[in-house]
Design a protein around this ligand. Structure first.
Ligand code: 3HC
Ligand code: NAI
Length: 692
């Protein structure tokens, strides 16, 4: 065996050269990996004993893509990707990619320059660049359609989704799935192609010829996905590259790809999405809770309350194969909760995403009880009862007497003080907030709320558990509303204020929708129900919302909220709402004014940023990127704007401080700038530099 460089070795035996890349953690195409590939192929070509070449990777995966950490920085001195790819594709001996783990992005693109691709059954392939605001920029947009045709290439590249090895074979991306040892299988395959022509994907014509001139294919795809792609540049660039792949010669198509890639790599959207990629991984790192912290085993979970949240929370664990016992107060509430869960699973099965057998398997893992003592053997108990401190303290007091020693006692509270809840027990070290978001079986965010006395084991176990159930866990401190709802309330206060001053709810919603949110605050209120927390007896007509409820405008559920809804739930601005708002303004002595979109944007978003800065200042979040994760995964903040803290750094803190001060001068101390924000702005600093 010869070391080509410190991440590449070449081993020639029995006529086959095995070139192995071993560059942890994921064999990304860093400078040394590119250089190793280039020099290794050259060495194998020069070696007369080698008749074919197998490209293999060490560690957990085949090459997982370009090295994202190199983007935007001067890379190390090494051969470029294109030269490397040409060396492989034009090799005079057949090159076989041997794939395990995930061949993603530039990794799959390397494999597509090889003459053959074989993979283990568990291998996956994908071009996820779109998730980083990019397009596959190393020939992938030109080579993949030559194997799959344009329609499938469009779907693969604009979704970024991974394909199984079996799917990759059926699409012609992989040549063969090898059972047993990958290296042996790949060597056997390589021996079988010695002396045969080395097919280059770039020369394949049938699939692209079939799609040539088919403008409707692309027009229909654009139309069908317009909403999903809004705000993003990468999907449209990908579509243009695939159009080039079917209509232009290979080299011209590559030129189009290169030009469009160049436009994306420097875009703020891609910078934001790459920021979120690293933010997600960073969120797992907790300075005072090292990786070596012992984890508690979670084999059985208890959930208290089978309402909106309790049911959804339970489903997460059932999906992961962890049994759950749900405790309710009354049998009918328990039956209703379990019924909703079953219905949700059955709907998923109807869509073909799980089987009927999965439905039964999952429902078979859940039990119900009206007696808290049924939770005595649970390793984790999550309380999801009414949002009321007295009730929660009562539940935790009882749990303290029932739960086994060491069990984690968690609350799903949205706003309440986790330390006070913990004080109802004799074991505050076991108490933590696990704040799921509705619908709890769907939303990726889990805010993990650390109490003053929560133990490191409980924190580490909760963070690990988030991964087990497919969530992004973000550790936050105790404060009203924690990170997400605390910032949201700032936006809501301003949204209401804007309506009181003369904007219509749909004006506010449109600005936030155009910013990239899936919906604005008023459409959101209609969806949740305007009457949440409202009661006829206590209503005094003192807010627009109260007046709306008094007039039986309850939101989507009865077809009348801020908007009017037709039978298909299509919303139109309601003239009744407009009248209510205008009458309310007249009664309050307000002279309605026209409010610009810019003012709406600044007044809803900048106070959130200010609150985020206060959260950092109070050390309720470890770092700015954790706040961004909360907003991207829990509140629909557009990923291509990177989260509120990243967005603030992008706009410039100086500008934000100036605007907040201008609003403070006009409208008072709601807009008072946080000292941290003020200091960073004065220094020309960034929120991303803050680390607690
Ligand atoms: N570049 C640089 N670092 C990367 C990386 C990449 N492409 N992919 C992963 N890493 C790093 C992560 O940041 C993490 O670092 P850390 O330990 O310091 O936090 C480490 O590798 C392990 O990553 P994960 O925690 O994500 O490990 P998993 O085993 O859970 O997942 C994976 C592995 C599926 C490969 C996942 O990391 C992943 O999806 N990576 C990104 C793949 C990707 O987007 N590739 C396309 C890149 S763009 C491109 O190729 C452009 C080309 O077309 C020109
Ligand atoms: P819900 O009203 O739908 O359900 C609460 C359930 O708890 C009811 O079925 C009730 O019968 C049961 N319950 C009340 N006291 C009980 C007790 N002592 N023992 C057993 N069961 C009891 O309420 P929802 O919306 O599920 O909220 C639950 C908690 O989750 C609250 O703390 C809420 O703030 C929080 N939350 C709610 C979100 C939402 O969007 N609904 C989002 C995130 C958190």
């Amino acid at each position: 065996m010869v070391a080509i460089n410190n991440v590449t070795t070449l081993d020639v035996a029995d006529g086959i050269a095995v070139l192995t890349i071993d560059s942890p953690p994921v064999n990304a195409l860093s400078g040394p990996v590119r250089q190793g590939l280039y020099d290794g192929i050259s060495a194998a070509l020069k070696d007369d004993a080698a008749k074919a070449i197998v490209l293999l990777c060490g560690g957990r995966t085949f090459i997982a893509g370009a090295d994202i950490s190199e983007f935007g920085k001067p890379g190390p001195q090494a051969v470029g990707l294109n030269e490397t790819f040409e060396a492989i594709e034009n090799a005079t001996k057949p090159v076989v990619a041997a794939i395990h783990g995930t061949a993603l992005g530039g990794g799959l693109e390397v494999a597509l320059t090889c003459h053959y691709r074989v993979a283990v059954p568990s291998a996956k392939a994908g071009l996820p660049e779109v998730k980083l605001g990019l397009l596959p920029g190393a020939g992938g947009t030109q080579r993949l359609p030559r194997l799959t045709g344009a329609a499938k290439a469009l779907a693969v590249m604009t979704s970024g989704d991974q394909l199984s090895a079996k799917e990759a074979v059926s699409l012609g991306i992989f040549d063969k799935v090898v059972d047993g040892d990958l290296k042996e299988g790949a060597i056997a395959f390589a021996k079988s192609v010695i002396g045969k022509p080395s097919p280059r994907v770039r020369d394949r014509q049938e699939k692209v010829e079939a799609d040539r001139g088919n403008t409707a294919l692309f027009a229909d795809f654009r139309k069908a996905n317009a909403r999903a792609f809004r705000g993003q540049k990468a999907p449209e660039s990908i579509i243009q590259c695939i159009e080039a792949a079917v209509n232009l010669p290979f080299d011209e198509g590559i030129a189009v790809e290169r030009k469009l890639f160049g436009g994306l790599i420097t875009s703020p959207e891609s910078a934001a999405m790459r920021h979120i990629f690293f933010a997600e991984r960073q969120a797992n790192k907790i300075p005072d809770v090292p990786d070596s912290t012992p984890l508690l085993p979670i084999k059985k979970v208890g959930v208290i309350g089978a309402g909106t949240m309790g049911g959804g929370i339970s489903m997460n664990f059932l999906n992961a194969g962890i049994p759950v016992t749900i405790v309710e107060m009354k049998q009918d509430a328990l039956d209703r909760g379990l019924g909703v869960m079953r219905k949700n699973y059955e709907n998923t099965a109807k869509k073909g995403r799980i089987t009927e057998a999965d439905v039964e398997k999952r429902m078979g893992l859940v039990g119900g009880s009206l007696d808290l003592s049924a939770l005595a053997d649970c390793d984790l108990i999550i309380e999801a009862v009414f949002e009321n401190m007295e009730i929660k303290k009562d539940v935790f007091g009882k749990l303290d007497k029932i739960a086994k020693p060491g069990a984690i006692l968690a609350s799903n509270t949205s706003y309440l003080d986790v330390n006070e809840i913990a004080s109802a027990t004799s074991r505050p070290e076991s108490v933590i907030g696990l704040h799921f978001f509705s619908p709890a079986n769907v939303m990726r965010l889990l805010e993990i709320v650390r109490g003053d006395k929560t133990s490191k084991e409980v924190i580490a176990t909760s963070m690990k558990l988030a991964k087990t159930i497919g969530k992004v866990g973000v550790l936050v401190g105790v404060c009203p509303g924690f990170v997400g709802n605390r910032m949201l309330s700032q936006r809501q206060i301003q949204a209401n204020a804007l309506v009181n001053e003369g904007a219509m709810p749909w004006d506010v919603d449109k600005v936030l929708y155009d910013f990239g949110f899936p919906m604005g605050p008023f459409a959101m209120s209609d969806l949740a129900g305007l009457d949440i927390g409202w009661s006829k007896e206590k209503s005094t007509g003192s807010t627009v919302r109260e007046v709306m409820c008094e007039m039986d405008r309850r939101g989507q559920k009865n077809g009348k909220g801020f908007y009017d809804y037709d039978e298909n739930r299509n919303a139109t601005p309601s003239p009744v709402t407009e009248k209510i708002i205008k009458e309310f303004a007249a009664k309050s002595g307000v002279n309605p004014r026209t409010i610009s979109d810019q003012e709406i944007l600044e007044r809803t978003i900048y106070p959130m940023i200010n609150e985020g800065a206060k959260i950092l200042e109070e050390k309720k979040a470890i770092r700015a990127s954790d706040i961004d994760m909360v907003w991207v995964t829990g509140y629909g903040w557009p990923i291509y704007k990177g989260g509120p803290m990243h967005y603030a750094d992008h706009i410039g803190l100086k500008t934000i401080v100036e605007r907040l001060k201008a609003y403070q001068a006009q409208m008072g101390d709601f807009f008072k700038v946080s000292p941290l924000l003020e200091k960073l702005a004065a220094e020309g600093g960034k929120l991303s530099s803050v680390s607690n």
